[in-house]
Design a protein. Structure first.
Lengths: 344, 344, 344, 344
């Protein structure tokens, strides 16, 4: 029994995705995203989101995020985000590279979430010195957040509203967007464009695909030409793009993406309940999606590791760890994990 | 019967590659290229090339080429290549982007091939004006070339020697490297590092993979840290890299890559023979790999298209066309093509 | 007697310019181009050119050129220019740096001048492959040219018209713009905005200033915000900008710039006449401004050097040399040069 | 009487500097920093600093800082500095532009000064995630600081030592270096290379020059080629560089720079004493160089302005203001300022 809760990035692809890839592997088709699968993306995502959506398929979330930000901020522009955001902590400078020198400005917030007033203050305190300052240019939210929490649609709307006061469009990093929507139970449109989000990095790789992500533009797609140029010159226009697009289509067909994410979320909830009942361990953040951050003693974590459980001791801490539940983790594995925890 | 000879980029993946992908789709493995498949790449390619090889898997040839050139040239450096090279004609400025403003300098050469003396003259006539000029920094060769021709190992060695006179290291764009090696019959090492090539973009996507390419460094791998940083910040470090690496391993296992390429080459040779026998059509370049450039009348090409054959009228010409033969084109299809041609 | 004809870059500033600098050196004034001198630039240049002009003072021509091109071309855009243009030959990659990876495309032309049809063909043969190609984005002309020749207003208009057919705006590198206008005898507006030029790098350093150049935008100044941001982030917004602006104002006041350039042109014409009378030396290009390119024997040039004359043997040639006449070269010096030449 | 204390950037050049410029304005000299003035810089600064110094003259501090950082950090590198540092607050993204996407990491510190332990913690908490993180690459100190305070040589040494523990070289932004050295009374070498500083942006524009700054490399000058390439491609290689170099030589000759700075410091000290005696105003930071930050009521500042005094209300505050004293402010003006303050 596999007791790996280190990262959903370590999971294999779902059977449905492999089947779709196999089905798409027939005959000659146009290259460079002019195939039938790629051509169907706009309509499929438009239907899913209930509005006109322009879709740019790519193979990594870093590419989707970085291309999006390069569309929204000029080289002398700054992008506001949470201090713990993936774009600022984990992408090796890709946003700055694609953006030709943009600056990411981290804003502190509890439980991995930005709040409107600190965001307003941060924007207001920057950019007031003309060309000497960076020009505040965009806001980037992560949904679900890096802390495993979720923005309610009203919270997204409030943040988009605060950004709009300064003329800033909003990007959402949806590396774990499926987990958020599965948890919220709302429509994907409700927590994105209806709340004011202009571009979404729609993630699929973590939740059942091999390597499939998409940059979505809601409504106005005037920036798609910019995005396509950046995709090409960053080497992300796959010649055989059908294989990415086929994954994406299968992923959103018949609600597969939400079933997979819902399963992962349920496992996380089960584990969270076990932690809450434990006399010494505790939850660092509310568990709302598929990630669980646990505060425990170093000894506790060591015993857990000794029992064969794999998870991530949080860098720089020895009393906090992250457990991520994936689309393919078995319920038995989760139960076993809970038993082991209870026994320590 | 599929009569598509437009591009090998339009072909599906080989059955063996799909099988390898499926086999790799089991259980949790380390993410970000720390999985077992990725870890085996260095030794597998070292064995294949007969020397120490450091391997950086990526998903597109443009990424491999651009990362390689960013390693070899500073931002103020120029890279010499054939005027028709893919890097200068077809990559949308990716080398310049990854290289932070490097310049590509095209050198004219017959049949898609560079020759040593014109190369020497071009290098010598540039870069002589200190900081006012670009610094000549690298040479990039394409093997097989964009004209479907092949450099003999001695020719590669001569060009590497000419470059070395100016201190320039050599990169090889091997988008169709398999076709070249299958045709040459030499070892892969003989036409690369033994001839003086320092880095190779080892292509696999066109010849049977979904999306699998690799940047290879021969011998000294001191620049691999640079390459890994660039891969990350260009968004090319896939979280589930096992799927790229598994393709690459299957591709070079038991000579699959050469069998696939040999088949494509044989089809091209068959078609070339048919063209040579045709009273009005002729070959634009020697046919040495899997591409055939045909000179014919506009009317001839139109009749061919009317017969259901798909191929590429060369941009800016109406009397030249390119036919590319892929790993999966059937011999029957080739015969049918030859019959149609003969009948016009 | 100073017999230096190597470059007008080696000349000192004119007395009037030094006086203006000295006069501006009084008391405190606003920094960062908000001083009275800088504030007067727009109106002074608007009057000079007979239309609304927005002026961005900088200290080098490379900065002016590179900022201009960064305004006109996106990072994936190409800029067409003569193969011998300063921007492509002598600026060390500055246009590519400021432009985040733009490409300069050289077009061949006699006597340092572009012609409309080869330009059309070059643009048409590029950029036809969507995102795979660079996007043709701008044309850059040099006036007077790097060969010392001049575009007539009608020629400028014809080239601007050809560029406009492809939607390309036109930049003019006017490092020696004064020499051109002094020779043409037309108004500065006639050979720029009236002929279709959108931006001009107005040079002054070579012709009597210390370090003073300006980027001029004619009519629509919507791109000035872009230019100001680029000036700041390239380190070209001097805190004490009054000293650049004061030079520029003095330079164009009362026709100083044209008097200085006219003097230089006259010296060049005198020397050209001497060359034409020489039995063995000849002019390489028509002499229309302040540069004279001479074709002569190696021995001839060596004797000239031995006589104490300083000039530039053209790189890569031993039978061609360039002589540049500056605003401050004495007529006696020119006569002495002519005598020496005649005596060889 | 001029009561302008807004910024030393608003001051004119010293008479000695204007005289030097005038003296250098004679005859033809080699262009592009190959003139005699430029050639003397290395030896003049080596003598001043008591070690081998390689000097790169430029015209702005932003250029000097940004070129220096581009030498010390790769594109994926981070540079640590104080949160209030000029490079991060006031240079419009120039360091990020010259550095092709480097990241500046601000570290909090009292009175505008960094301290070793917070610096260590900041470095240690970053860059631990391989290619996913920026690579900690350099430290940048400002001397005198943006708060008008000064690092003692031992403090510089301690910070350089902390940086060295992580392998980080140190850059010093010396826009007001003269004010620091005049106040410290130590040799310029003692607070720079002897304390571990590798590169210094030696400022002169604020303290009596027109536009003259220099990037100084101590000891090893292997990175000078990088710096020269960056200077050229950023448009900072003036054709008539003699005018910058002549300013620099005159500035350090016979201690002019320290006399000018000492005067400015003395005025600041006089004003600081007046503030300390005031019942309602107070000093925000220790006054150690030529800048005075005053905490006072809004009404107090308004009365001061009404009395004709010019100074800078600190952005975002209405109860703090900055007063900068320059090389040319008269002692009478300072006395008048003190009287006005005392009368409010």
């Amino acid at each position: 029994m596999d007791l790996n809760f280190r990262s959903d990035n370590e999971s294999p692809a779902a059977a449905e995705i492999l089947a779709a890839l196999s089905a798409a592997n027939q005959g000659y088709v146009w290259s460079y995203a002019e195939d039938d699968w790629s051509n169907r993306l706009d309509s499929a995502f438009s239907e899913l989101f209930g509005t006109d959506v322009a879709v740019l398929p790519v193979s990594t979330g870093t590419a989707a995020n970085s291309i999006a930000l390069s569309c929204l901020a000029p080289a002398w522009g700054s992008v506001y985000c949470h201090t713990g955001a993936h774009i600022v902590q984990d992408e090796g400078g890709a946003p700055e590279f694609f953006g030709h020198g943009i600056r990411l400005v981290g804003v502190v917030g509890e439980q991995g979430k930005l709040q409107a007033d600190p965001l307003r203050r941060s924007i207001a305190s920057n950019g007031g010195h003309g060309v000497h300052s960076y020009l505040p240019s965009a806001l980037s939210l992560t949904q679900s957040t890096e802390a495993g929490t979720i923005y309610q649609p009203a919270e997204v709307a409030e943040l988009c509203g605060a950004a709009a006061e300064f003329g800033l469009p909003v990007h959402m990093d949806g590396a774990r967007f499926a987990n958020a929507i599965a948890a919220l139970g709302c429509s994907p449109g409700e927590s994105t464009w209806q709340a004011g989000v202009r571009m979404l990095s729609f993630g699929a790789s973590k939740n059942g695909c091999f390597a499939a992500e998409a940059l979505l533009m809601f409504g106005d797609s005037a920036l798609m030409d910019h995005a396509e140029r950046m995709r090409k010159r960053s080497g992300h226009l796959l010649s055989k793009m059908r294989f990415v697009s086929a994954q994406l289509l299968a992923y959103i067909e018949d609600g597969l993406w939400l079933r997979l994410a819902g399963h992962a979320n349920a496992q996380a909830a089960r584990f969270a309940a076990a932690i809450e009942q434990h006399p010494k361990a505790s939850l660092e953040f509310p568990v709302e999606a598929n990630e669980v951050f646990v505060r425990w003693s170093k000894a506790g974590f060591e015993q857990l590791e000794a029992a064969g459980v794999q998870f991530l001791i949080w860098p720089g801490h020895d009393d906090m760890a992250r457990f991520v539940f994936s689309h393919c983790g078995s319920a038995e594995g989760t139960e076993r994990l809970c038993e082991i925890v209870a026994g320590i």
